[in-house]
Ligand binder design. Structure first.
Ligand code: TRP
Ligand code: ZN
Length: 315
């Protein structure tokens, strides 16, 4: 899918992003607009290839990728190997929850101002009921492919890029909370923004943008406006995914969501297509959340929006 955002919009965006991400110490004239490096169009086939691997991992490990089960650690090993081969500095952070060992994976792209960290993350664990391909293989695969695109293009942004895959989200955002609590005050304030991706390929999709930090929200909306796609603000998600611990620590947050067990209304079906009166994801937290439980168009658009936001907010 081609990015088609008008030049004027991206120039305005770069100025706005610079305002947020420098921490707000604005004096004198606005900075001169600079052209941002163009974000890549992520091949959706690559994102789907990661999903196929996560499905195989679940199948080989009792049908799930849940916290404390072998399928979780195998998922983490898959993602980590890709990142290590691409030149990321990876860290595995271990914690205990419900008497089982959990793991977060953190990947830093060398370079950029480490006092201005643009961080993107997704939870890598599934529920025990199924393989968790939309929830949340979709976000995990899109964040992975974005990171790999950073390496492929040797993107050298002004700010520092960090990517994360969280453990034990399904037990109440345990891994992401552990990470935020483990940060020193200085390292916490070094995070300019955290972008969260949890369920972005729902089979009967909606296009929801977290209604939180205005600059991050505007960045995502600019992307979808360029595609001619309407979005709705996501507010129900407050506290329902891994952005919550960041938000509670005072870090600006944003993210994307294509819907879970709520029912698509007639008005939503009119603007987005799909089936009204049916859940956005009827397989939410079920055994049928397999690699067939994905809308490729939604996955493609949301993955491209993710890459666009990472590039725009870090340049
Ligand atoms: N992981 C979340 C959960 O299982 C998924 C979810 C439901 C969600 N509703 C949301 C994520 C709203 C973001 C926003 O509860
Ligand atoms: Zn879930």
């Amino acid at each position: 899918m081609k990015l088609s955002v008008p030049g004027r919009a991206s120039t305005a965006l770069v100025v706005a992003a610079a305002t947020l991400l420098t921490g707000g110490a604005i004096s004198g004239a606005a900075p001169a607009p600079v052209a941002a490096a163009a974000a890549p169009d992520l091949p959706v086939a690559n994102v789907k290839a990661h999903l196929a691997q996560l499905q195989s991992i679940a199948t080989a490990n009792g049908g799930n990728r849940a916290h404390g089960r072998t399928g979780y650690k195998a998922s983490l090993d898959y993602v980590k190997a890709k990142l290590d081969a691409a030149g990321f500095t990876t860290t595995v952070q271990q914690f205990t929850s419900s008497s089982r060992t959990g793991y977060n994976l953190i990947a830093d792209w060398p370079g950029g101002n480490t006092n201005q960290v643009v961080m993107s993350g997704s939870h890598l664990d599934s529920v025990t009921a199924g393989p968790g391909i939309n929830d949340n293989g979709s976000g995990s695969a899109a964040v992975l492919e974005t990171a790999l695109a950073v390496a492929r293009t040797n993107y050298q942004p002004t700010k520092h890029l960090r990517f994360a895959w969280w453990g034990a989200e399904e037990l109440g955002m345990v891994g992401s909370r552990y990470y935020v609590n483990s940060l020193s005050t200085a390292n916490r304030s070094a995070i300019s923004g955290y972008l969260n991706f949890d369920m972005i390929g729902s089979p009967n999709p909606g296009y929801f943008v977290y209604d939180d930090d205005p600059t991050i929200e505007k960045t995502f909306k600019t992307y979808f406006t360029g595609l001619g796609i309407a979005t709705e603000p996501e507010t129900e998600g407050d506290g329902r995914s891994d952005h919550a611990p960041f938000k509670n620590a005072g870090i600006p947050v944003g993210g994307l969501f294509s819907g879970a067990d709520y029912i698509k209304t007639a008005a939503q079906a009119a603007k987005w297509g799909g089936t009204s009166g049916k859940a956005f994801d009827a397989c939410y937290h079920s055994s049928c959340d397999t690699s067939s439980n994905i809308n490729d168009t939604a996955l493609d658009r949301n993955a491209d929006a993710l890459a666009y936001a990472v590039w725009s907010l870090s340049s």
